[in-house]
Design a protein around this ligand. Sequence first.
Ligand code: NAD
Length: 265
Amino acid sequence: MDALPAVKHDALTPAAERLAPCRRLLVLTGAGASADAGIPTFRGPGGVWRSHRPEDLASPEGFARNPELVWEWYRERRVQVARAQPHPGQRALALLARHFPAAEVLVATTNEDDLLERAGVAEVVHLHGSLFATRCAGACGWEQAEDRDSERSRRPCPGCGAAVRPGSTWYGEPLPEAELERVLSFRADGCLLIGSSVLVAPVSNIPAEMALAGLPVVEVNCAETPFTSVATVSLRGPARDILPALVDLLTSPTVRDQRRRTAEG
Ligand code: NAD
C-alpha cells in the first residue's frame, strides 16, 4: 500500500468549494493522470520512443509508413500498462465517483490505458479508444479486445483478410461518436481536469467552453498549461498527491453540508 503524503496546498479548499455545488461533475483526465503510475506522457520525459515522436507513430500516415514499427510500440505499451498499478490519485477518483454526495460524476479520459477501471471507476468514457483494442485496418469493422500478449495483432483480419491495426483513435482521426455524445449529453456543470496539456482538440474545447460559460473548472497539473490562465482554480502538483487530498475534502461532511445548504437555496 502506498503511503499518502500530507498535501498542504493553499488552493485546495477554494477548489473544493467551487466544485462542491456541482450537480453533474465531469472528471476529464489526460496522460498526466497516469504518469504517476509509471506511464509516460507523450510530451514529457520518456515521451519519445526510440527516437520516434508518438505523434509520428499514432497516426494513419505512421501506420501506412511502417505498420510493424507502430505495432512494436503498441505491444510494448500494452505490456507496460499491464504491469502498472493505479496510483492513489486514481483510486481517489473511484471514491469520488461513488461518494460525491447527491451529484452525478462522469469520468472521461483521453488515455488509452485501463488504470481508472482497475482503480475501481465503474464507467470510464474513453475518448481516444483503448490501447488493448485491435481492429481491421480495412473497412469490414472487425474489432477485438486483446491482452498484453497481443496475439491477434500478428495475424490478418479474420473478417476480410486485411491487415489489423491498434484500435486507438489516432491524430487526425475523428473521436468515437458515442463516447463524445456521452460526454456532451451529460451537460456537466463543473469540471475537474487532470494531467492534460489541453492541446488536443476537440476534447480540449470541452473545458475551455465550460470556463467561458462561467462554470467552475479546476485544473490539476504539475506544470502550467495553456488552460491555467482561464481555470477557475489551478492546483499545481502531481495527481497522486493532489487528488486524494481534494477528494477527501469533496466527500467530507463540511462539503456535504455546504451542498445541502446550496440545494435548499
Ligand atoms: P500530454 O502528454 O500532452 O500532456 C500531459 C500533461 O500532464 C502535461 O500538461 C503535464 O504537465 C501533465 N503531467 C505530467 N505528469 C503529471 C502528474 N504526475 N500529475 C499531473 N499532471 C501531470 O497529454 P495529453 O494532453 O493527455 O495528450 C496526449 C494524448 O496522448 C492523449 O490524448 C492520449 O491519447 C495519449 N496518451 C495516452 C497515454 C495513456 O493512455 N496513459 C499516455 C500518453 C499519451
